[in-house]
Design a protein around this ligand. Structure first.
Ligand code: PRP
Ligand code: MG
Length: 181
């Protein structure tokens, strides 16, 4: 609607570009995990869209599990402390785990999650992220599958929110400064 569009500056990635890129990543994942048992772990809540679309782009069996984590201090990542709000439902011992998120910003979430899941005796732990902001990275995170690197701008849509809004946009867009200033 016009009301939402007024809050956006520029479309970075259209729905079609996102689906095409996820299709490419899905092919890489199919090839890399051929013959292997695979669990994809979505990071609630932002990863809901990319999990749904990546999973459906995968032409193979895959288990879908979910975690919810939160930084202490209502959204601020500065403390570097992460806690589990919802843990996996399944056991990942001896299994290949692919963590799926929509963005790596400071890297805190996925750095912590990779180490947490890695301590549970999985066969492997890798990361798939749709977006990554190299300029914002503060923690070491190695993502095996990356949709795109983007500049350090405020982006919303396709799971990415600003104060819980805009997650449901089909495209990914930059947020107008009047919204957050
Ligand atoms: C956002 C985003 C990533 C994370 C990236 O999640 O969905 O999971 O931040 O930032 P980082 O690399 O600096 O950790 P958030 O914790 O805001 O919760 P949400 O997924 O529910 O929006
Ligand atoms: Mg998130």
């Amino acid at each position: 609607s016009a009301a939402v569009e007024n809050d956006l500056v520029e479309t970075l990635f259209t729905e079609k570009q996102i689906q095409d890129r996820l299709g490419e990543l899905a092919q890489e994942i199919e090839r890399d995990y051929d013959g292997k048992d695979l669990v994809i772990v979505g990071v609630l809540r932002g990863a809901v869209m990319v999990m749904a679309d990546l999973a459906r782009a995968l032409d193979r069996h895959v288990e879908m599990d979910w975690m919810a984590v939160s930084s202490y201090g209502s959204g601020t990542k500065s403390s570097g402390v992460v806690r589990i709000l919802k843990d996996l439902d399944g056991d990942i011992t001896g299994r290949h785990v692919l963590i799926v998120d929509e963005i790596i910003d400071t890297g805190l979430t996925l750095s912590w999650l990779t180490s947490n899941l890695g301590s549970r005796g999985p066969a492997s732990v890798e990361i798939c992220t749709l977006l990554r902001k190299p300029e914002a990275l503060q923690m070491p995170v190695e993502a095996k599958y990356v949709g795109w690197d983007i500049p350090n701008e405020f982006v919303v849509g396709y799971g990415l929110d600003y104060r819980e809004r805009y997650r449901n946009l089909r495209d990914i867009a930059t947020l107008a400064p009047h919204v957050y200033s």
